[in-house]
Write a protein that binds this ligand. Structure first.
Ligand code: GMT
Length: 373
């Protein structure tokens, strides 16, 4: 098949899933065209069968807001014409699904099918904004196929937008070999010279991630167990969090490591991953941690219970339950036998439920179904 994937190029999970899907499909011999406003970071290296296309947005003094959606739709029409596309697959509905719809109308071929994958905030935050809502609902209804990354997100979409059409759940996935390529590439003593425990959080540093909770949970753990905290990523919350860390007197024990293209090396230094988000449709970083045998303490929200098994691969606690999360962290980190069991079970869950080798064919089968209708 000739498949065009539209995605964001940034370090967020939707771009990672779109890029890994492209790599997996390209390895199976499909021709992949990636459309974004910059090369997605996971696709910067050469991959056979993957072609990158950047959207051009003309600037003009009249434009306060350059019309990205139109540049994107134009790029999609050009690709449909010149590359004889079968599928345009939009990852993250806003605005990609609307541009895909427009491109399909302009190209006007019954063979070309559009697919939208809903990732989370495109439904729960951004897409639900009154200024976008009607277009997002329309674009979801008009896509030839729609997938959601969790059962939670499917249900939330149906309720939020009163959607009657089919939404297929295809969970996010992970390449099981990734850890092998990065084993032993992080030196624990560099972060924890006295053999302290290492906690980690990685995100886009937006308010929805509740990084203040990460710091407060860590501070309580550190009162009981010598521990360090690694904070990975960047975003609008970073200055506040740096200030909070200073005010709490934690600056010498908390490492801000910025955006990292690969999390696996750091997971090999990590004993426990924290994800106390307000909302999380899936929690790809939790799965990435589990794939490297790192248990996760997270908020009991959204799609996280579909990924983390409470009491087996980590713990799920109510949003904002800092004391509860800290207590579970201390319990787990002070019991080597249980910690080791959780490590094994976390990796096993990734292997058994989220293996790319089993999930990528679900997208392939979905495309084929659409092309045969
Ligand atoms: O968190 C975001 O707002 C960004 C978004 C993204 O583009 O990465 O994350 C969403 O998509 C990920 C990939 O499917 C999911 O793992 C995240 O849970 C989801 N984020 C939220 O629902 C908050």
């Amino acid at each position: 098949m000739k498949i065009c994937i539209v995605c964001y190029p940034t370090h967020g999970g939707s771009g990672v899933v779109a890029s890994e899907l492209a790599i997996g499909l390209a390895q199976k011999g499909h021709e992949l065209h990636i459309v974004s406003y910059a090369p997605p970071f996971r696709l910067r290296a050469f991959h056979q069968n993957i072609f990158l296309h950047e959207v051009d947005v003309a600037s003009y003094p009249l434009f306060k807001y350059p019309p990205y959606e139109l540049g994107l739709a134009t790029k999609l029409v050009e690709l449909a014409e010149t590359r004889d596309l079968d599928i345009i697959h939009a990852h993250y509905a806003v605005p990609h699904a609307a541009s895909a719809y427009l491109a399909k109308q302009i190209f006007n071929s019954r063979r070309l099918k559009t697919v939208t994958t809903l990732h989370g905030t495109d439904i729960t935050l951004v897409g639900a904004e009154p200024s976008f809502r009607r277009v997002v609902k329309f674009a979801i209804e008009q896509s030839d196929g729609v997938t959601a990354v969790s059962h939670y997100l499917k249900q939330r979409t149906i309720e939020e937008f009163d959607i009657k059409r089919e939404i297929r759940v295809i969970h996010n996935f992970i390449e099981l070999d990734r850890p092998d390529r990065n084993r032993n590439s992080c030196s624990r003593p560099a972060f924890a010279p006295e053999g302290e425990k290492i906690l980690m959080h990685a995100s886009n540093f937006r308010p929805v991630k509740r990084i203040g909770d990460v710091v407060r949970v860590y501070a309580r753990v550190r009162e009981r167990i010598p521990a360090k905290l690694l904070l990975i990523g960047d975003g609008p919350e970073r200055p506040h969090i740096q200030q909070l860390v200073k005010e709490m007197g934690l600056a010498s024990d908390v490492y801000f490591l910025g955006e990292q293209d690969q999390l696996e090396p750091l997971f090999f230094c990590t004993d426990l991953f924290l994800l106390p988000s307000e909302q999380e449709s899936f929690g790809l970083t939790a799965l990435e941690a589990m794939n490297c045998s790192v248990p996760v303490i997270a908020a009991d929200v959204g799609g996280l219970p579909e990924v983390i098994v409470h009491g087996e691969t980590g713990y799920l606690l109510p949003v904002g339950d800092i004391e509860g999360m800290a207590a579970k962290a201390v319990e787990l980190l002070s019991d080597p036998a249980r910690h080791s069991l959780f490590r094994t079970q976390a990796r096993r869950r990734a292997e058994q439920h989220f293996d790319a080798v089993r999930i990528i064919p679900q997208y392939e089968a979905f495309y084929e179904e659409l092309l045969n209708t």
